[in-house]
Design a protein around this ligand. Structure first.
Ligand code: NAI
Length: 726
């Protein structure tokens, strides 16, 4: 018999949201039945397979989703543990569907709607009480894999323990309880903000680009700003949502004071200018040139990328106080939105922090409205008093809680060491993009000496940044390379190698807990950890070839070691060498933690945590499990194929070259890599130690950095943030 919990999910509606929710349920390990019309359900699977960014975390997960026809196959859903409806936003059609679901479901099985505008009270109005008791709203955001918010609308006495657990732990979402009001939290505030920004821009003759420059970065909103965001989600969505809100809201709601959708927008929609999915929107690409639409006459002109003076000062407060039409525009939009959030607060949420979290996770704001409000000083808007919340979901423990308790054990400009409690230390990177530099390395060395001295027993390496680490700071490499300071480069490399080795062979367990990108040196640190507890959304890769070098902090050595221990790779030295060579030469980046496991970046017993909020706790638990009686690993010896293996790799490179798949410098880098991966001139019968491989890594980098092509790649990456294909 199956235990409690959600194992089989029935998603009805295979459109944008239904397909995405089905994929995320599959990512979370469920078997999914996806029902719609036959052709639509089947097409949804094809779309899922091809979607970019991928909706599925691993290609094999597609097999967990079975498409079906809602008329014919509903009875197959009888044993499902959760029904989630994501069909057209039409009360009558939804109600008819619920009746049919009720006829097949086991009593007590939760049924939820993904509606964005209808309230729960409306949806349950004509339902039998037995269904209403099991009915709730679970509002996912688009795209469901990547947006971490689920708005949850249920009665306080409805528990849904298994469903909550599934959405939180398996689908990885932060569940925010919302009160049952139109648009819930995020769309209520978000719609007001977008509508205010558009209407005020038209009224004040602020052009599209200036508005986005003002309301993007300085307000901590993604740089798409307002008009860019509307293009992204589709202009046609706006009248729909706004109309539904206007119908449902009280007559004195300030959203209504903003007036109807401007005719300029409705005309754009009628002409097919619905944004990125249509002929273009407020922005468009015309033969590769980015153009902006005039709010006055609808003509397009090349983008100017203005940097308004009002946005150059320090943050939001300076922006809204800037004495200029731009400052006045920002003030009008920002203060009205914050005042609106304050006014709605008792109606939409139990706590201000829920509103802040909803805007951060649902609209990708850096700070929520009340957090922004705190930065305004004298201009701060006062908040209404709220009754004590009925039900409190405490947020999982993390570094923020540790920081609230006091100072770090040690800190420098790029990294800090924290006491996570129970004898576990936490190493946090906090340089720009968490790039690793001598300060980051210094803090690792400090951890190795400090932890035993303080009687602590384990180390977790993690941080709350968007990206764990984008890799070594390559600016240093470029400067030292240009100045031909070869001994210094050799020292930097060997210092990093020794530091990572000290972590690996430390007398206590080291657990890496990455989320986001872990590239180059950031990936290499993790390869030296005893265990990983990785967020599902971890993107690991040894991307050094992109800047014309090879991994030089033990990455080549560790990949060879790991892959030679993976049963699936095959026996003898050559299969592991080939696989590691391929992964590094083509700079493969895993697009999920599951893919990272296939590539050998994660071991089979490393954990994957779906909910980012739970990463710190699970990593600390893992470290605590490992600490009693911990023995550091023994250094590996490998058998590598030597020059004959290298000849085989060079032939493979030659093949790619002939097919035109490589640039000339790709070939140079691949040749240098082939020398490292095969152990240079070693004999296949002689064991190769770690030091030998580390020396080969250093030699390869020292030879490559002497080439102008590698220096051009590094320089290009630093200036443009993407690889140069020379
Ligand atoms: P969509 O138009 O992409 O897909 C709706 C699907 O439902 C269509 O494939 C249609 O064939 C199917 N359908 C309609 N009636 C059906 C029925 N009786 N039985 C089975 N299938 C039926 O719509 P989308 O955008 O995926 O929206 C679905 C729901 O999610 C709506 O309630 C919407 O308000 C909500 N939502 C939409 C978001 C978005 O960004 N698109 C975000 C959050 C919520």
């Amino acid at each position: 018999m199956r235990g409690d919990g959600i194992h089989r999910v029935c998603v009805i509606g295979a459109g944008v949201m239904g397909a995405g929710i089905a994929a995320q349920a599959a990512n979370g390990g469920a078997q999914v039945l996806l029902l719609d019309r036959d052709d639509i359900a089947r097409e949804a699977l094809t779309r899922l397979r091809k979607s970019k960014p991928a909706a599925l975390m691993h290609k094999n997960l597609l097999g967990q989703i079975v498409p079906g026809n809602v008329e014919r196959d509903l009875k197959q859903a009888a044993d499902c543990d959760w029904f989630v409806e994501a069909i057209i936003e039409d009360m009558g059609i939804k109600a008819a569907l619920y009746e049919r679901l009720d006829a097949v479901r086991r009593p007590g099985t939760p049924v939820s709607s993904n509606t964005s505008t209808l309230t729960r009270a409306t949806l349950i109005r004509d339902m039998p009480a037995s269904l209403a008791r099991d009915f709730l709203i679970t509002h996912f955001f688009n795209p469901p894999r990547y947006m971490r918010l689920v708005e949850w609308v249920a009665d306080p006495d409805q528990k849904f323990g298994s469903l909550k657990d599934f959405i939180d732990r398996r689908m990885g979402k932060r569940i925010i309880r919302c009160k049952d009001s139109p648009g819930f939290i995020a769309n209520r505030i978000g719609t007001f903000w977008l509508h205010a920004a558009v209407t005020e821009a038209i009224k004040r003759s602020i052009d599209v680009e200036t508005a986005d420059a003002l309301l993007g970065r300085p307000a901590g909103v993604p740089k798409t700003g307002v008009f860019g965001l509307l293009d992204l989600v589709g202009l046609d969505l706006m009248p729909h949502v706004l109309e539904a809100m206007r119908e449902a809201l009280a007559v004195d709601d300030p959203l209504l004071d903003l007036g109807p959708i401007p005719s300029l927008v409705t005309e754009m929609i009628a002409d097919g200018y619905t944004g990125r999915k249509g002929k273009g929107g407020f922005y468009r690409l015309n033969n590769g040139v980015k153009e902006v639409r005039s709010l006055i006459d609808g003509s397009y002109a090349p983008a100017r990328r203005p940097k308004p003076k009002a946005a150059r000062g320090g943050g939001l407060r300076a922006l809204i106080n800037h004495d200029s039409p731009e400052g006045a525009y920002a003030r009008a939009v920002v203060t009205r939105t914050l005042a609106y959030a304050a006014r709605c607060l008792p109606e939409i949420a139990e706590r201000p922090i829920d509103v802040d979290a909803a805007m951060r996770l649902g609209y990708a704001w850096k700070k929520g409205p009340f957090e922004l409000n705190e930065t305004l000083g004298a201009e701060k808007i006062s908040l209404p008093k709220l009754p004590k919340p009925a039900l409190l979901d405490s947020d999982p423990w993390g570094l923020a809680d540790v920081k609230a308790q006091g100072a770090p054990l040690a800190s420098n400009r790029s990294a800090s060491l924290w006491d996570l409690g129970q004898g576990v230390a936490g190493l946090e990177f906090h340089s720009k993009l968490n790039a690793l530099d001598p300060f980051s390395l210094a803090m690792m060395n400090k951890a190795v000496t400090l932890i035993p001295r303080r009687g602590m027993s384990a180390l977790v390496i993690a941080n709350d940044g968007t990206n764990f680490s984008v890799g070594a700071n390559i600016a240093m490499l470029l400067v030292t390379g240009k100045l031909r300071l070869w001994p210094l480069i050799n020292w930097i490399l060997s210092h990093g190698q020794k530091t990572f080795a000290r972590l690996k062979y430390a007398p206590f367990p080291v657990v890496g807990a990455p989320s986001g990108m872990a590239l180059g040196g950031g990936c290499e640190v993790l390869l030296h950890c005893d265990a990983l507890v990785a967020h599902g959304e971890t993107y690991m890769g040894l991307v050094e070839a992109g800047v014309g070098i090879v991994p030089g902090w033990g990455g080549c050595k560790e990949m060879l070691g790991r892959l030679s221990e993976m049963p699936a790779i095959g026996r003898g030295p050559m299969p592991a060498v080939l696989k590691a060579f391929e992964i590094i030469a083509t700079a493969q980046v895993a697009t999920s933690a599951m893919e990272a496991r296939d590539l050998g970046f994660l071991r089979s017993d490393d954990a994957i945590v779906m909910n980012r909020d739970r990463l710190w706790l699970q990593a600390r638990d893992r470290a605590l499990d490992m600490a009693p009686g911990y023995q550091p690993p023994k250094p590996r010896t490998l058998h590598l194929p030597g020059s004959s293996g290298r000849a085989a790799l060079l032939m493979a490179i030659g093949d790619f070259e002939r097919k035109g798949l490589t640039t000339p410098h790709d070939v140079t880098v691949a040749r240098a890599l082939a020398r490292v991966m095969t152990g240079a001139d070693t004999d296949p019968t002689d064991p190769v130690g770690e030091d030998h491989l580390l020396a080969l890594e250093r030699q390869a980098i020292l030879s490559l950095i002497r080439t102008p092509q590698t220096r051009a790649r590094v320089d290009h990456m630093l200036r443009k943030g993407k690889p140069l294909r020379n």
